[in-house]
Design a protein around this ligand. Structure first.
Ligand SMILES: C[S@@+](CC[C@H](N)C(=O)[O-])C[C@H]1O[C@@H](n2cnc3c(N)ncnc32)[C@H](O)[C@@H]1O
Length: 289
């Protein structure tokens, strides 16, 4: 059963790390005029009104995107992010990965977005049809009401085979960590040059089983023989009862200098978000090592 609703968390610290990384990947793909194909395996509703009952429940955006409101970015990546996010934030909306992708991609590029929740999928359809009125890419944005893990195998390798995958499961079930590993492994056997951005939560020891499952997942993905790094943002000390004290992204086949661009952007983010916020980036594997 799917119960996770991203509206409760929209615009929080995890969204900032994940969406900056994803935008960094897309920005690099855009350096060539050749088209690319991107996949969003767990798309959510597309965008989130911050005045909704869900968003206002814990106001997670207050300690996230709201902290960046008055920032004048020095980093090009953060500037790209602000250019997309700020006008929507002014309108009381936080864009999810589907809207960010659609606003960043060009007319020649293609996106496949998967969502399995029976009410999130119609919301995604509605939000994206409104969104697509303003962009030239609507014909190339494909929304799928299906399992993102299954679709990732069924729809890859794409033509052309330049592109990237965002994997952002809710991890409600411990089994999702293992599913990610299996899907990424199977996908790379079909599409060896895909770039992957895999988001994961940093949970305190209260959720020990999930902590171990997550470590196993990152360890397994780093052993697939591809260059990869992990980048983590923590927003609280890792005490036993902290719950989710931060999150990370594991980036496989990262584009050139993504590590530097992300680090520059996240330094500014951490400064704006306050003293308890820390960013780190670690290389897990270089392909030839
Ligand atoms: C963390 S949210 C996605 C947020 C979105 N990627 C963003 O950044 O705006 C995870 C979503 O995955 C959906 N979901 C859960 N299991 C799924 C599956 N097997 N396939 C596709 N979607 C799934 C949930 O309904 C939820 O909307």
């Amino acid at each position: 059963m799917l119960s996770y609703r991203h509206a409760f968390h929209a615009g929080n610290h995890a969204d900032i790390l994940k969406h900056l990384t994803w935008l960094g990947v897309i920005s690099h793909l855009k350096q060539k005029t050749k088209p690319f194909v991107v996949f969003d395996t767990h798309a959510g509703a597309g965008e989130y009104p911050l005045s909704s009952e869900q968003a206002l429940m814990n106001r997670e955006f207050d300690s996230g995107i709201a902290r960046l409101e008055n920032l004048t970015p020095a980093s090009a990546l953060l500037n790209d992010y602000q250019t997309i996010v700020n006008p929507l934030w002014q309108a009381g909306i936080y864009p999810g990965s589907p809207v960010i992708t659609t606003m960043a991609m060009r007319g020649q590029d293609t996106a496949h977005m998967m969502e399995l929740h029976p009410t999130e999928f119609p919301a995604l359809q509605k939000n994206m049809s409104e969104q697509n009125k303003q962009t030239p890419t609507s014909a190339n944005v494909h929304l799928h009401y299906r399992d993102g893990f299954e679709a990732l195998i069924a729809l890859t390798p794409p033509t052309p085979n330049r592109g990237a995958v965002l994997i952002d499961p809710p991890y409600e079930q411990k089994s999702e960590y293992e599913k990610v590993t299996q899907s990424v492994d199977a996908m790379f056997r079909r599409w060896h040059n895909a770039q992957v951005v895999l988001w994961y939560p940093l949970l305190s020891d209260r959720a020990k089983d999930k902590v171990l499952a997550c470590q196993t997942m990152i360890n397994s993905v780093s052993k697939l023989g591809k260059t990869c790094f992990s980048a983590e943002l923590t927003v609280a000390p890792n005490t036993y009862d902290a719950g989710m004290y931060g999150s990370g992204v594991c980036v496989v086949n990262p584009s050139w200098q993504l590590d530097e661009h992300l680090t520059q952007a996240m330094k500014e983010v951490c400064k704006a978000m306050g003293e308890s916020t820390h960013f780190s980036l670690n290389w897990l594997k270089h392909e030839n090592s």
